[in-house]
Design a protein around this ligand. Structure first.
Ligand code: TXA
Ligand code: MG
Length: 312
């Protein structure tokens, strides 16, 4: 039997009620967050979590982020030190994920953390994810709602194209406004930045009064494997003009066929990045080129994703 294509329901009471019912029954549902669309399931239910891995075709060693409604719910799952409290106060709800020691009594399926003694956790800000958390009353495990290794989704249509026939429901609340996956910081020892994102490393350092180390050991955040977020077509970086057969994604003074931001605004560029890559990948040119983006603010996270997208 083939699974139905996902239903796409606009955000609202009906969509949240249906989403919550699917999650209560052990299924998974795609929902927007302020960063990218996520594929959410009950983090306390191992079979439900297995369903996420199956739908994404994700290697089972790659652990998932747990989303909770508030800091209190997070403290029931992870152990907070002083740094973690400071960062929760400063940046939650919002696009910051903290990797913290898992409480031994945490009601989280082992598959969520892929057996690690740490857990990645965040309090999202988006109304749809918050409504789903309230309606289910469960912590929700949610990776980005795309097939493993492909571009992250910032629109319901991206999810539908990537996971057609694999999930029952997408809650559609338009394009996400952040556009880039959350910043991931590991605490509970020397603080380290595992993934750059919308919350700048410098702002985290200011809050905790210490410098952040980089991601050190192999596959500490397995999603940081070199080739990730990849389009199907070859991607050339730092392009100032299109070569034969290329679709040029511009930025600032480099106009291109499309632009991340005509005015050279990195925040706008972050919000448009994956949408622009999806469009370029679906278009009729054989290759993609992207103009240089300054290595400042969220531009650091944009360049991180672009380097990975260009690696194959
Ligand atoms: O913005 C986001 O973070 C989105 C939305 C849906 O919340 N989610 C997201 O999830 O990007 P995902 O699964 O695509 O990326 C999660 C990253 C992976 O790189 C994974 O390896 C890392 O978090 N991770 C999860 N648990 C970890 C842990 N215990 N230790 C280290 N890294 C961990
Ligand atoms: Mg992902």
């Amino acid at each position: 039997m083939t699974a139905p294509n996902p239903r796409i329901l606009p955000y609202g009471e009906a969509a949240i009620a249906e989403g919550a019912a699917i999650i209560a029954a052990g299924g998974c549902v795609a929902t927007p967050t302020e960063t990218v669309y996520g594929l959410a399931a009950d983090a306390t239910n191992a079979e439900a979590v297995a369903g996420i891995y199956a739908a994404k075709g994700r290697p089972s060693f790659n652990p998932l982020i747990v989303h909770v409604a508030d800091r209190r719910a997070a403290e029931a799952i992870a152990m907070f030190d002083r740094d973690a409290r400071a960062l929760a106060d400063a940046f939650w709800p919002g696009p910051l994920t903290m990797v913290l020691p898992l409480r031994p009594d945490a009601p989280i399926a082992g598959l969520v953390t892929a057996g690690l003694s740490t857990v990645a956790i965040r309090v999202p800000q988006h109304r749809a994810m918050q409504a789903l958390l309230a309606a289910t009353g469960k912590p929700l495990a949610a990776p980005s709602a795309n097939a493993s290794g492909t571009l992250s989704p910032t629109r319901a249509a991206h999810v539908a194209a990537s996971l057609a026939g694999r999930i029952p429901l997408i809650i559609d609340d338009g394009a996400t406004n952040g556009g880039i996956e959350s910043t991931i910081v590991a605490l509970g020892g020397e603080p380290r930045l595992l993934r750059p994102g919308p919350v700048a490393a410098a702002d985290i350092e200011r809050e905790i009064g210490r410098w952040l180390g980089g991601a050190g050991e192999a596959i500490e955040a397995p999603g940081q494997l070199a080739s990730h977020y990849a389009p199907r077509k070859p991607l050339r970086l730092n392009a100032t003009a299109a070569q034969d057969g290329e679709w040029l994604i511009g930025f600032g003074a480099v106009a291109g066929d499309d632009s991340l931001s005509n005015t050279g605004d990195v925040t706008q560029a972050a919000a448009r990045l994956f949408d622009a890559l999806h469009r370029a990948d679906a278009g009729d040119r054989a290759a993609i080129a992207v103009a240089p983006v300054p290595e400042e603010g969220v531009g650091i996270a944009i360049n991180d994703r672009l380097r990975r997208a260009a690696t194959r």
